[in-house]
Design a protein around this ligand. Structure first.
Ligand code: CA
Length: 237
């Protein structure tokens, strides 16, 4: 992928660029918000790695302006410790993922690769599909077999995380962190409640289950059961 890093900590920026270059990506770096925005607009990369605290224009402003011109550009934001509010604002403003500083370089590389797969698989990132379940991310609409399914904003977010990477198993903790920006183990009960609600809405009237419980691990959405999932015995006629 062609990646633009907008980060004013030059040492960190250098580490990031070297690590991602080693994985075959083409890197470009800017250290100023306004200059970085201009670079992204004039020669759009596949992914922007965006620090939030930047000179001349902060990262959130850069992100907001990027989103006005491109919804499909992938953006991963970097947030310093204690910037939880910013992280939430960043995700609301349209970031695809975030990483808190300090982070392990392996973690960054893994996130970047995941974002790359997400982009490569979908013709349009605005529409996610798993079987006959369709999600229009931009319009916040979900339909199964052509029938619209109303979801609350949180239900939508949980389903979106699952649908962005079909077949991948998400632990309850990870879902909790991705959707609620919390990582407390005890909050995972909330995830179970939302999964139950989603199943009622997207599966009950349609027969074929899509959300699979992967024992002791978490949940995955897919047309076929992922490894480790034992499907329930079908009722006898
Ligand atoms: Ca900074």
């Amino acid at each position: 992928m062609r990646i633009l890093v907008i980060e004013d900590e030059l040492q960190l920026s250098g580490h990031v660029c070297r690590a991602l270059s080693r994985h075959g990506h083409i890197l470009r770096a800017e250290s100023d918000g306004a200059v970085g925005l201009q670079a992204a607009l004039s020669d759009p990369p596949d992914l922007v790695i965006l620090d939030l605290g930047l000179p001349t224009m902060d990262g959130l402003e850069v992100l907001t302006r990027l989103r006005q011109t491109s919804r499909s550009l992938r953006v991963l934001i970097l947030t310093a410790r204690g910037e939880v509010g910013h992280r939430i604002k960043g995700l609301t403003a349209g970031a695809d993922d975030y990483l808190g500083k300090p982070f392990a370089m392996d973690e960054l590389v893994a996130r970047v690769e995941a974002l790359g797969r997400r982009g490569a698989g979908a013709a349009s990132e605005d529409v996610l599909k798993v079987g006959d379940l369709h999600m229009n991310v931009r319009d916040h609409k979900v339909a199964r077999a052509g029938k619209p399914i109303p979801l609350s904003p949180r239900e939508f977010e949980v389903l979106k995380v699952l649908m962005q990477e079909p077949g991948r198993t998400f632990s309850r903790t990870e879902l909790c962190e991705r959707v609620w920006q919390r990582d407390h183990q005890y909050e995972t009960r909330t995830v179970e409640i939302f999964i139950t609600r989603l199943r009622r809405k997207i599966e009950t009237d349609f027969g074929v289950p899509l959300i699979h419980t992967v024992r002791t691990v978490g949940y995955a959405i897919s047309e076929v059961s992922p490894a480790g999932f034992k499907p329930p015995t079908p009722p006898r006629a």
